[in-house]
Design a protein around this ligand. Structure first.
Ligand SMILES: N[C@@H](CCC(=O)N[C@@H](CS)C(=O)NCC(=O)O)C(=O)O
Length: 258
């Protein structure tokens, strides 16, 4: 029995939902609502002391961290294979995972928070805001840096630069390949980064890559798969529910011209 504690629009949850869908696995959906702080509730923290989603529970075993969960699922349910089986291939896959976690994953956060999540915090008193930051085991300093007024243009510049670099690296890797680790179906590496591209697109920041490039075609290819519609059901994109998503957008072009 597989239970995934996750959130509809969390990119880390979407990574895992893509793998579950590619493998056609049945799983129980346990939604964790950030607006109600369910990820910080004592009973959830017993499962995941980091106070983040996703968390996988498989036959009583608790597996943490989205990239670890993706690899775990591929180990336990090896067909269809979503990672190379040889040591060199595995090392190449993990190189992508670590790089995405270091660069592209943190890059989506400042614009996501500025455009979508900040309104939850900006009307708090300073004391309540500091308490909200303090309550987050993994994100205390991230929230403090954001503050009640959001990330600065300098923070956004770093984020956009990192995301552009990611797109350029992938552009090179996709020369002559359909997917990042070769083969004829997405690997765990593709599942790791595709939700981040989708989020940037949803935020109105798709100018960070060229739609006609290999990366643009790779994203279109992934979105055409059945697994994508399963993982990105209605309500899984911020724009599905948040009509003001672009109101506070600062595009890369805005930053260059200021
Ligand atoms: N390294 C962790 C990070 C998970 C993470 O940051 N999840 C976000 C959603 S994508 C979260 O739960 N944030 C909670 C918060 O901001 O308080 C993983 O990949 O599972």
């Amino acid at each position: 029995m597989l239970t995934l504690y996750n959130n509809a629009y969390s990119t880390c949850s979407q990574k895992v939902r893509l793998v579950l869908a590619e493998k056609n696995l049945a799983w129980e959906d346990h939604q964790i609502l950030f607006k109600d702080n369910q990820h910080l509730a004592p009973e959830y923290l017993k499962l995941n002391p980091n106070g983040v989603v996703p968390t996988l529970v498989h036959d009583g075993q608790v597996i943490l961290d989205s990239s670890v969960i993706m690899e775990y699922l591929d180990d336990v349910f090896p067909e269809p294979a979503m990672a190379p089986r040889d040591a060199v291939g595995k090392a190449r896959l993990r190189k992508w995972l670590r790089y995405f976690e270091e660069v592209a994953t943190p890059a989506v956060r400042p614009p996501s928070f500025n455009q979508a999540f900040l309104p939850r915090f900006e009307n708090l008193s300073e004391t309540d805001f500091q308490a909200a930051a303090e309550a987050r085991p993994l994100r205390k300093h991230f929230y403090r840096r954001m503050g009640r007024h959001g990330f600065t243009d300098g923070d956004l510049t770093v984020a956009y630069d990192g995301f552009r670099q990611t797109a350029l690296r992938m552009e090179t890797a996709l020369a002559g390949e359909t997917w990042l680790c070769g083969g004829d179906r997405p690997s765990i590496a593709d599942c790791c980064v595709a939700p981040l591209f989708d989020r940037m697109d949803d935020l109105g920041l798709a100018s960070l890559w060229d739609a006609g490039s290999r990366v643009g075609e790779w994203l279109a290819r992934f979105r055409a798969r059945a697994s994508w519609s399963t993982a990105f059901y209605a309500g899984a994109r911020l724009s599905d529910t948040l009509k003001t998503l672009h109101q506070r957008r600062r595009t890369p072009e805005d930053l260059v011209t200021c």
